[in-house]
Ligand binder design. Structure first.
Ligand SMILES: Nc1ncnc2c1ncn2[C@@H]1O[C@H](COP(=O)(O)OP(=O)(O)OP(=O)(O)O)[C@@H](O)[C@H]1O
Ligand SMILES: [Mg+2]
Length: 470
């Protein structure tokens, strides 16, 4: 949808144009004076401006330089009752899209507007580089995730250092691999350095390699990971864990692509692209003196932040189905379905472990319900069901607080306390019982145990609320 501004003091013309714009599926705003138009142009990014020449507070053409300076550089269509050739020339010199003379047919205006909008669309497409990633195993179509993919595509088409940030399990390593496989280095190695797991005293030899006899136990020369990444990509995972002394020597490697293996007389060379990842706040570490500013600066020529799964719920369904398909293939079982109640839980749970946790949960549900065609909430790991049930009970409490009103707006009367209390108790009971049945997986004995209710009392309550089965 595009944004159109109609600047005309003739109400009939302005009404007609706004109506036409809306019918074409776009948004129209109007101003009757130049002053109003300037204010609107300052606060909104318009795609097209219809501009009258003679306005109550001045000449519309005077506003053209101001329009051209707006960040969205709208296209301007002049509409005037006065076919002044000089004005037309001035308008064209200021780069307006078209100059129409009133009276002008609706179809002409429509056609001119459509062309202007098509032109802008094409211009936008040309501006955003259309690099497409080969997306092997990368699932997600939310705007947030697509934003990451588009940055990754940019990274893959160049050779700059990339820093990937995001919570655990958001897909940093997966995206790093995607950048590598889509880059011109794809035929060479993708070397992973897990900075968190290398013992501090070995970091140097692991990264830079060593000569034979360089230290006790070095019975032969060995290439470091930096050398192995020659021609390819070096993925420094958990870069925040790199000891501060190593950060210094690594900075030099980054600047010159040169390094000296331990015990070696000569320096070696390695041409690698660096991708680093972390789920720590490196800027905070810099402030606390735990991470070098110059290294951070080098590492994050391009920075991509992977969103947490709870911030892009649109992707949950696709990821769950993708994980399910992979799991069923792995276990050699026919593809199962996901019951709507289970999908509902997937959508409401917070996923602190992000995509990894979702994939593991699906895996565990497939194992539990290996012989079933459809997966239900009962197939979930207990910790997750307890978490979701507790959260929903808490949520129901909150709603109760907000949702119940003692004052009925329709009848304009204040409810008696007894009526108010009965209503809340009734609804709270119903909510409780519904959750209880889910939690106890419809097992009445378990429901009695959890709720502290006797069997007969539980049945009576279920009947009262129409929840009794059979
Ligand atoms: N968009 C996605 N599509 C499909 N699978 C994904 C996606 N994102 C992550 N995964 C899967 O989730 C798991 C975790 O991803 P990955 O290891 O890349 O996360 P990470 O951000 O590096 O986590 P950590 O910070 O814990 O190292 C992997 O099995 C990965 O394949
Ligand atoms: Mg990782």
């Amino acid at each position: 949808m595009s944004h159109i501004l109609v600047v005309d003091d003739d109400k009939d013309v302005s009404d007609m144009l706004c109506e036409m714009v809306k019918r074409m599926g776009h948004e129209a705003e109007r101003s009757f004076t130049l002053k109003e138009a300037r204010q609107k142009l300052l606060s909104t990014d318009y795609d097209v401006v219809f501009l009258d020449v003679r306005l109550p507070d001045g000449n519309g053409l005077d506003v053209l330089p101001f329009v051209n300076e707006r960040p969205s550089t709208p296209e301007v269509i002049i509409i005037t009752a006065h076919g002044d050739p000089d004005a037309a020339e001035l308008a064209m010199k200021n780069g307006v899209w078209d100059f129409l003379q009133k009276p002008c047919s609706l179809s002409t205006m429509k056609m001119v507007l459509s062309r202007a909008l098509q032109y802008r669309e094409k211009k936008d497409q040309e501006r955003t580089p259309q690099v497409v990633l080969k997306l092997d195993g990368l699932v997600g179509s939310s705007p947030q995730f697509r934003g990451c993919l588009s940055l990754a595509a940019q990274a893959a088409s160049g050779d700059i250092s990339v820093l990937l940030t995001g919570e655990t399990g958001t897909g940093k390593e997966l995206l790093a691999r995607a950048i590598h496989t889509n880059s011109q280095r794809a035929a060479k190695n993708f070397v992973v350095v897990d900075c968190a797991s290398i013992p501090e005293n070995l970091v140097e030899s692991v990264l830079f390699g060593h000569e034979r006899g360089a230290f006790t136990g070095a019975d032969r020369a060995r290439d470091g990971l930096i050398k192995q990444a020659d021609g390819g990509t070096l993925f420094l995972d958990e870069i925040g864990e790199l000891p501060i002394v190593i950060q210094k020597s690594f900075l030099r490697v980054l600047q010159e692509r040169r390094f000296r293996p331990i015990g070696a007389k000569r320096e070696e060379w390695s041409d690698f692209r660096l991708i680093a990842a972390t789920n720590r706040r490196l800027d905070k570490m810099v402030a606390e003196g735990q991470f070098r500013t110059d290294l951070l600066f080098r590492v994050q020529a391009l920075s991509i932040e992977l969103p947490a799964l709870r911030e892009r719920k649109e992707d949950i369904k696709d990821l769950a189905v993708y994980s399910l398909r992979k799991c069923c293939e792995r276990y050699g079982t026919p593809l199962k379905g996901i019951a709507p109640e289970l999908m509902e839980i997937f959508m409401t749970y917070g996923w602190p472990g992000n995509v990894r946790e979702l994939a593991n949960t699906v895996d565990s549900a497939v194992c539990t319900g290996l012989h079933e065609q459809m997966l239900y909430p009962k197939h979930l790991p207990t910790y997750l069901r307890v978490n979701v049930t507790q959260a929903s009970l808490k949520g129901a409490g909150d709603t109760a607080k907000i949702g119940f009103q003692a004052h009925s707006e329709t009848a304009d009367e204040f409810t008696t306390l007894d009526v108010f209390r009965d209503r809340i108790v009734h609804e709270a009971e119903e909510q409780y019982l519904t959750e209880l049945l889910v939690y106890a997986r419809n097992d009445i004995r378990e429901a009695c145990r959890v709720s502290g209710l006797s069997r007969s009392r539980l049945y009576a309550l279920l009947k009262k609320h129409g929840l009794a089965r059979g």
